[in-house]
Write a protein that binds this ligand. Structure first.
Ligand SMILES: [Zn+2]
Length: 168
């Protein structure tokens, strides 16, 4: 299958993505189909030819390789809401890998997303002491990585779901 054109909200071409990626964007409500294939389907969807982003994205910002500014919300986004200890997509808290009380920094490389039970049971210990090995090494994301994490991480706020448009 060919690739799908992704238009910005002002209908300028941003880039091209794989069909499955485009369908996921539609399903998550971040893009709407502009043009669909006459006969081909993927699951319940007509195969899109062109999709348009629901919200306008600054291209200068989108393509910058700038490191993202550290934030607690950013850590949850970077890890896509997945707990770094148990792997469940239930992380609502941020955990300092090396606890702050032990000199751990508040930084991208010392912070992971964690679910409340894991965060509570780890407490003021290192992953080794708590015998809770990390499932991945925390890294410093670029702004682009965070942008795409935001676009592909389901949100639960009512305003977001209200923005979703029905897909034929
Ligand atoms: Zn957990």
């Amino acid at each position: 299958m060919t690739e799908v054109e992704v238009w910005n909200a002002d209908e300028t071409l941003l880039h091209r993505v794989a069909v499955r990626h485009a369908v996921r964007m539609i399903w998550r409500g971040v893009a709407t189909p502009v043009e669909v294939h006459a006969t081909q389907r993927i699951g319940p969807y007509r195969v899109p030819v062109v999709v348009r982003l629901v919200r306008y994205v600054e291209q200068k910002w989108l393509y910058s390789r700038t490191r993202a500014t550290y934030s607690r919300e950013g850590v949850l986004l970077r890890d896509r809401g997945q707990c770094a200890y148990c792997g469940r997509f239930a992380a609502t808290t941020m955990d300092h890998v090396l606890p702050r009380s032990r000199g751990g920094a508040t930084s991208w490389s010392n912070a992971v997303a964690a679910c409340e039970p894991c965060n509570a049971s780890k407490g003021d210990r290192t992953p080794e002491e708590a015998r809770m090995p990390l499932r991945w090494d925390p890294f410093v994301p670029t702004r682009v990585q965070l942008h795409f994490a935001r676009a592909t991480t389901p949100t639960r706020t009512p305003t977001e779901s209200a923005r979703k448009e029905p897909v034929r």
